[in-house]
Design a protein around this ligand. Sequence first.
Ligand code: 1HN
Length: 349
Amino acid sequence: MPLTEKPEQTPERLAFYEKIDREAYTPLWAVFSDIITPEPKSRCIPHLWRFDQAREWLLEAGELITAKEAERRVLILENPGMRGDSRITTSLYAGLQLVLPGEVAPAHRHSQSALRFVLDGSGAHTSVNGERTNMEYGDFVITPPWAWHDHGNDSEQPMIWMDGLDIPVARFFDASFAEGYGEDEHPVSRQTGDSLARYGANMLPVDFQQHELASPIFNYPYARSREALAEMQRQQEWDPCHGLKMRYVNPVDGGFAMPTIAPFLQLLPAGFKTEACRSTDATVFVATEGSGCTKIDGQVFEWGPRDIFVAPSWKWIQHEADNEAVLFSYSDRVAQQKLGFWREQRAQA
Ligand code: 1HN
């Protein structure tokens, strides 16, 4: 049954609303259908950003400002339905960051969690809580909440990655804190590769106790994740909606790798066309390999390697791969599931 419609605005009612309005009251019945909608209603709209264009403008930004002066030299990917809000979906932020050879992005920390997904260049590093990791194409890197982090590029090439943060979530809760470290780099106190060896080899230190919500692994190298997909691909078991889709997990508890952001990696074999599927977590996709197109709410977006596109909550999504394609994606699914909001629906085949 649909909900009742908005009651009529009689002169008596309007006069009453005006009177109580002065003391900060609002009648629920005048707004009920706007705030309790039968289905998600969002300002978030589908959109695609071409990497080639972004790269050109990032390099241009590289001539205008240094990473240090900017704190982070980033072009924000703003949802066209929510311009001015620094968000790509209602709950998540996305940006593309450039670090030029020889540059540093100074050490700081903040309440917001961040993920990096490496898109261009090779061999720049990020340091998180005293451990450095080198970044390669397709690596998925985590900066947990309140962790000191800085970036540097000792390579010969510009390095570009996508940043995904839960900035709108922190804003929603009015829970943002941030501070600078005061020096470019936070001291390095652990060997590169230590956390992957310690937590990423299907073992944990014998007396490990979980104190953090984020995964203790902070670089999930693409080579490893891609290898897993290639191995599973041989089994030829395809999900009609997702092809072969995996989620990045926290090895400590099997939950998502981050407390507020759910990251995924999926493979679509050449010529594969998915059934339509929709879910309440608006999702940011990055094509990492191959090309194809995705129909979102009836609109078709053609993508190639490194292009980024966004699908809003509860809009039908259908992917089609021209050739073998890999998509990285992230959404707020982990938060919605914990709070009891998440739903998905698969089209009847
Ligand atoms: C941040 O700390 C980074 O560390 C990137 O690279 C983007 C956007 C807003 C707030 C903090 C980074 C950010 C950010």
